[in-house]
Design a protein around this ligand. Structure first.
Ligand code: GTP
Ligand code: MG
Length: 290
């Protein structure tokens, strides 16, 4: 890293850096393509402390036009700070009481023996986990727990896009165990009956990976190191690189920054499109539960 950071002469992915306002407007007025699904549910997962909650807060900041803290992020890594299955809606400031047509579900991080069990994430994906459930790393949610286990989830209870969040700086040192868990979750997403839940990867903390990117976020697609990390992650988990999107979350900024918003909204637009394709597909229209 540091001075050894090198760049491609031209960006390897096209990015106009002037789509924020247009994308924001489209997302503000967007409605789900399936009348049975009011809110597209985006399920976040990934290792502890990678910026899952910060990503939700960042998106909320953009839509509120100011700094917010709805999905509380933690300043100290280690154990997972988020412990409950919690769904976050984004308020529409132009219409008090109403929220936009996408919602994020935040779950506990999955690293090591202090992380959430993969079966809990898989159950969350299928819509079996009820709102407010507190994850227990030592014991996954049981089918017999009728208070917290939803036996007959509707399409709306299920995840419509699985978003795996990873820290750009940690990809090289992620344990085999974490990769195994991520792969298991990915395979489960592809094996839900004949249905395939779309998956997107959000790579956070790109500012910490490379000083040139930290200085100017527009250099993100020129950074060789980041491209290497994304390729590495893609190969290990089996997710195509075009489904992997780098961002810098809002964490210590007070004011909104346009380039950060461009990357965050590019990611959100792809996530919402995939989620909508999923609920719009004729195979799901009449399907009540998995
Ligand atoms: N530099 C930088 N720091 C970030 C970024 N995203 C998140 N952080 C910081 O990383 C730390 C962890 O962020 P969280 O959002 O709490 O992570 P999490 O994945 O929700 O963590 P758990 O709920 O504990 O699993 C916080 O100190 C954030 O401020 C980013 O893009 N860049
Ligand atoms: Mg969290």
């Amino acid at each position: 890293m540091g001075s050894s950071c090198s760049e491609f002469s031209t960006p390897w992915r096209e990015m106009s850096w002037s789509e924020r306002d247009g994308t924001l407007e489209k997302l503000r007025t967007f409605t789900s393509g399936n009348p049975d699904v009011g809110k597209l549910r985006i399920l976040l997962n990934g290792p502890v402390g990678v910026g899952k909650s910060s990503f939700i807060n960042s998106i909320n900041n953009i839509f509120q036009g100011r700094s917010t803290t709805s999905a509380l992020a933690d300043g100290i890594g280690g154990k997972s700070f988020t412990k409950k299955y919690t769904t976050y809606f984004t308020d529409d400031p132009s219409m008090p009481g109403s929220t936009y047509s996408f919602a994020f579900t935040d779950v506990m991080g999955l690293e090591g023996d202090q992380g959430v069990c993969t079966s809990d994430i898989i159950n969350a994906m299928k819509g079996h986990v009820k709102e407010g459930y507190e994850f227990n790393p030592r014991a996954p949610l049981s089918k017999d727990d009728s208070y917290w286990y939803n036996n007959s989830p509707s399409l709306e209870d299920q995840a419509h896009c699985l978003v795996t969040v990873v820290d750009a700086n940690k990809i090289a040192i992620m344990s085999d165990e974490t990769f195994r868990k991520l792969r298991e979750i990915r395979l489960a997403a592809s094996k839900l009956g004949k249905y395939w839940i779309p998956q997107v990867v959000v790579v956070t903390k790109v500012d910490e990976l490379c000083p040139l990117v930290k200085e100017d976020l527009k250099r993100v697609y020129k950074c060789k190191l980041l491209k290497e990390k994304m390729d590495q992650f893609s190969a290990k988990v089996g997710i195509p690189v075009n489904c992997i999107l780098p961002v810098k979350d809002y964490h210590n900024e007070i004011d909104l920054k346009k380039d950060m918003d461009e990357l965050l909204l590019k990611a959100l637009r792809q996530i919402v499109n995939y989620a909508n394709d999923y609920v719009k597909s004729p195979s799901y229209r009449n399907q009540q539960s998995l």
